[in-house]
Design a protein around this ligand. Structure first.
Ligand code: C2O
Length: 563
């Protein structure tokens, strides 16, 4: 592989959307941010220079970061933030991955404006396992606020209530013609008839899962989270924040007398209010230049029909269609046995209002979110650094519970006590353990689909179901042959999902006694709905030392920011 250098200047840029202009934090003044392109095997070096008042970190979502945990990016987990005036070089190698991923800010709500596609091409000469596309087009979904998103979340955190919802969704940063005064801010995909296009769909929205559809066209899903899947046709794609989906779009054989809208709008259950608007773009067929005599008739506009906002049966159906290719060339190395089993409840919760404050949660409480009733408290120094310098005392504890503190009917009436516990707790895993994790949605303050994202690993989605997970019955129906392999999975609203993975990524380095040796690593896991992350629906896994994949050893970067 080669080394690809990028320079990311974090700076303010004035941007107008929905007829309002505001200054947003950007990379190089671009919104959405620049596209990173690399090949499997390449090293990527991104020099990040922070010119703004906000602290910043960047995350390369879905990149496994074998041996380079220092470059992973979640603030206060693998690194301290890059402060105003500071520079940090993210330096990592793409090893055995190809497909569509993305990069985004990983601190507070800056992801709302700092994100971009990360396209990994296969090694030179290695073809796709599907028709070679005529063109490849990233479409990155986002969410737009007229207000400053940092102010939106800090106000919510201060009052304990729910943050304001967004004002629009965007396709490649553009809301499109269904919003007031946005017609000129419309993403247009110009296509030729009779060709195959590869659309690299990325959901970078902060808080909403999205349905996406193109009027009068079906697409073929070929990849999810940068792993090939068995192709299937669909009119609509469901994509959660943190997920990426590659689809093939075969255009109509002849120039149609029509223009087609493509649209994205939310899939949402359980929450009282959400942005129920629709982003749209235009699929426009290019006419041959000498065909101006044709098509004198008025061009028709077709709109897609999208599922209802709470169509959980569509969501379930869609996710069960996703299967790994599981061929000799692209095997699915599903753990067949389990060394460690975990059962995590994921959902909302409450905490008491601090004295002499008023809080806007139910009955004057604060809104929280938790895993196994632990709402994660962000430490003031990075977990990985604390590890490295053997100073974990006072930073985190290793007693994250493997099971919920008490049993109840998770999908029925919520328990009387809905208060969460607070803590900075991690699970410690030996190297190369086969892990099974069942995540159960709870009905506390409403059943809701939570897109859980795991850093450092892909996992296999071996099962899902509704109601309470039954450890006696449900494992019998697990798919251990061709389950989809991904990095972000929606825990179904009112149900559960089971995943398996090997803890085969021990991450960074230890240079004690001047010997470089692999050092245990810290991998974040959290709901990719940013509001739930803010409320504490997050935790971390510590993976202990182990024998390594063949990677060149690198010392911890000297420019790693300090807290
Ligand atoms: Cu895309 Cu921890 O995030």
């Amino acid at each position: 592989g080669i080394t690809r250098h990028y320079k990311f200047d974090i700076k303010l840029q004035k941007v107008t959307r929905l007829c309002q202009t505001k200054s947003i934090v950007t990379v190089n003044g671009q919104f959405p941010g620049p596209r990173i392109i690399a090949r499997d095997g390449d090293r990527v070096v991104v020099k990040v220079i922070n010119h703004v008042q906000n602290n910043i970190t960047l995350h390369w979502h879905g990149v496994r970061q074998l041996r380079t945990g220092w470059a992973d990016g979640p603030a206060y987990v693998t690194q301290c933030p890059i402060q105003t005036g500071q520079t940090y070089n993210y330096n990592f190698t793409i090893a055995g991955q190809r497909g569509t991923l993305f990069w985004h800010a990983h601190i507070s709500w800056l992801r709302s404006t700092i994100y971009g596609p990360l396209v990994i091409l296969p090694k030179r000469g290695v073809p796709y396992p599907f028709t070679k596309p005529y063109k490849e087009v990233p479409i990155i979904f986002g969410e737009w606020w007229n207000a400053n998103t940092e102010a939106v979340i800090s106000q919510a955190m201060q009052t304990g209530g729910a943050p304001n919802v967004s004002d629009a969704y965007t396709l490649n940063g553009l809301p499109g013609p269904l919003y007031n005064c946005s017609a000129k801010d419309t993403f247009k995909l110009k296509v030729k008839p009779g060709k195959t296009y590869l659309l690299r769909l990325i959901n970078a929205a902060l808080n909403d899962e999205l349905f996406f559809s193109i009027a009068n066209h079906t697409v073929t899903v070929v990849e999810a989270d940068a792993v090939y899947v068995k192709p299937f046709h669909t009119n609509t794609v469901l994509i959660t924040p943190g997920q990426t989906t590659n689809v093939l779009l075969k255009t109509k054989p002849h120039f149609p007398n029509a223009t087609f809208l493509m649209a994205a709008r939310p899939y949402a259950t359980g929450i009282a209010s959400f942005d129920n608007s629709t982003a749209a773009g235009i699929l426009e067929y290019e006419q041959a230049s000498n065909s101006s005599l044709l098509n004198k008739k008025k061009i028709q506009l077709f709109r897609p029909v999208l599922p209802l906002f709470n169509d959980t049966s569509f969501a379930t159906n869609f996710s069960t269609k996703l299967r790994s290719l599981a061929t000799t060339q692209f095997p699915a190395n599903v753990p067949q046995t389990v060394d460690k089993h975990f059962f995590f409840t994921v959902g909302l919760g409450l905490s008491p209002c601090p004295q002499n404050k008023t809080c806007q949660g139910p009955n004057g409480t604060r809104l929280e979110a938790s895993i196994n009733n632990v709402s994660f408290v962000q430490p003031t120094t990075a977990l990985l650094q604390a590890h490295f310098f053997a100073q974990s005392k006072g930073v985190y504890t290793t007693d994250f519970p493997s099971n919920p503190p008490f049993k109840y009917n998770y999908t029925g009436t919520p328990p009387k006590n809905m208060m969460v516990n607070n803590g900075t707790k991690v699970v410690v895993l030996p190297f190369n353990t086969s892990v099974e994790l069942v995540m159960q949605d709870t009905s506390i303050l409403g059943a809701e689909s939570h897109p859980l994202h795991l850093h450092g690993f892909n996992f296999f989605v071996v099962g899902q179901g509704f109601g309470n997970y039954d450890p006696k019955k449900d494992p019998a129906s697990f798919n251990l042959v061709d389950p989809v392999e991904r990095n972000t999975v929606g825990v179904p609203s009112g149900g559960w999902v089971a995943i398996r993975f090997f803890s085969d990524n021990p991450g960074g380095y230890d240079c004690l006694q001047e010997i470089l040796r692999p050092k245990r690593s810290v991998w974040f896991m959290h709901c990719h709905l940013e509001v739930h992350t803010s409320w504490g629906l997050k935790m971390a896994w510590v993976v202990l030392d182990g024998k390594l994949p063949k990677q060149k050893l690198l010392p911890p970067p000297s420019d790693l920011p300090k807290c």
